[in-house]
Design a protein around this ligand. Structure first.
Ligand code: S3P
Length: 436
């Protein structure tokens, strides 16, 4: 397990281009495997998670070639997937497992889905429940955890009122709905990222969006001519990866950083609004649209961040950025308080516990709560470098690499390679823009 040492920095400057968006890459790869013909997906995420999706789609019969950052996927249509003898391995990726469960529920064969030890601890009942309602026969360990055994078959449409605000659950039901008889709808309790809806439309599915309700027409309902078409697509950079650089630049008054080609889908940009509300200096440049998604450059200048409370419907919109926000807490004026975020406990790690533990290692004052945490502000100059234990969680490793830049003395990130789950070149790109 490779350690990385991060030394305090004076400032940040230069330019960064984050890897392709992880959420969009998963969806394009799955839909390309269900389409007819060869799709070309440029700037496909380098993330290990998306490699897991590519491997699964390959095992299910799609031809997959990955060269530099372009994935070429040949699908054989909505009825073109084949059964596999071996269990499909989603690795560390919750998105792979949950979205694929939706697709597999609608196939005329049985499959097994498994993942690494972290993924095997994450709740799957949230997708298993609605997929069973649609008619799938699914077995799960303790009725909630992977490995999953999915006996797919003819599904019927449901109107699903989603109890947790989860884009993965919404997507699993919509993808199953694609194979069902009738029109499936999902109503979310709060907005979550809408890449599945956008991608489904892009590949040619019939989908409607009415506020928080999304409907998809299934192919098993006299919609026999329904097909997905191969597409040639450019994937925007991942804003959730860019956020580590944005946060880093915010910590140094004379920092000046340009983030190129980053996804600015409005269901993802709440983090930029939050930074701006806290006093960050951000400017969006060259904003353009790309296959239903929005892309642009973001210029960041250093500023003093106020901090504040993040809660309620804001939470699902910044769910992946909460580790970075919490780790910035000590450097803000009022500190950072996160409420209503018990979902953080069932991510790649228990992120509330991981944040509290590592912040304390650096000397921060933290109150841990069941659904969030409060990190005291005005600790700049007091935080010290420490040995960070990321618990195998990519976002914890990267958040503390950033927090370490403004601490006293060096910080060691244990098992720093886990950053590769979303951002394999993070540390290589981090060094050239940090002036130590
Ligand atoms: C994702 C949705 C979010 C997010 C995850 C990626 C997606 O999970 O945390 O990193 O691609 O749909 P939930 O939908 O479970 O909150």
């Amino acid at each position: 397990m490779k350690k990385r040492t991060i030394r305090p920095a004076k400032t940040l400057s230069g330019g960064v281009e984050p890897p392709g968006d992880k959420s969009i890459s998963h969806r394009y790869a799955m839909l390309a495997a269900l389409a007819e013909g060869t799709s070309e997906l440029r700037h496909f995420a380098a993330a290990a998670d998306c490699r897991s999706t590519l491997e699964c789609m390959k095992a299910l019969g799609a031809e997959v070639k990955f060269d530099k950052d372009t994935a070429r996927i040949t699908g054989h249509g909505l009825r073109g997937l084949k059964s596999t003898r071996r269990a499909l391995d989603a690795g560390n990726s919750g998105t792979t497992m949950r979205l694929l469960a939706g697709i597999l529920a609608g196939q005329a064969f049985s499959s097994q889905l498994t993942g690494d030890s972290s993924l095997q601890k994450r709740p799957m009942k949230r997708v298993v429940g609605p997929l069973r309602e649609m008619g799938a026969d699914i077995r799960a360990r303790e009725d909630n955890f992977a490995p999953l055994e999915i006996r797919g078959g003819l599904l019927h449409a449901i109107d699903f009122q989603m109890p947790v605000a989860s884009a993965q659950v919404k997507s699993a039901v919509l993808l199953a709905g694609l194979f069902a008889e009738g029109e499936t709808s999902v109503t979310e309790p709060a907005r979550t990222r809408d890449h599945t809806e956008i991608a489904l439309e892009e590949f040619g599915a019939t989908i409607e969006n009415h506020g928080k309700t999304i409907r998809v027409r299934g192919i098993a309902s006299g919609n026999g001519s329904a097909r997905l078409e191969a597409r040639s697509l450019d994937i925007p950079g991942d804003l959730s990866s860019a956020v580590f650089f944005i946060a880093a630049a915010c910590m140094f008054p004379d920092a000046n950083l340009l983030i190129h080609n980053v996804g600015l889908n409005p269901t993802r940009t709440a983090i930029l609004d939050l930074f701006a509300a806290m006093g960050a200096s951000l400017q969006m440049l060259s904003v353009r649209s790309a296959h239903g998604e929005i892309v642009g450059d973001v210029a960041v200048k250093g500023a003093t961040l106020k901090g504040g409370v993040i809660e309620g419907p804001q939470i699902p919109l910044v769910i992946d950025e909460l580790p970075m926000l919490a780790a910035l807490g000590p450097y803000t004026e009022q500190g950072i308080e996160i409420r209503d975020a018990k979902e953080l406990r069932v991510k790649e790690s228990d992120r509330i516990a991981a944040l509290a533990e590592n912040l304390r290692r650096m000397g921060a004052t933290v109150a841990e709560r069941p659904d969030g945490l409060r990190v005291e502000g005005r600790q700049a100059g007091k935080l010290r470098g420490a040995e960070i234990e990321p618990r195998g969680d990519h976002r914890i490793a990267m958040a503390f690499a950033v927090a370490a830049l403004a601490a006293k003395g060096p910080t060691v990130i244990r098992d720093a390679e886990c950053a590769g789950v979303s951002y394999p070149t993070f540390f290589d790109e981090f060094e050239p823009v940090t002036e130590t």
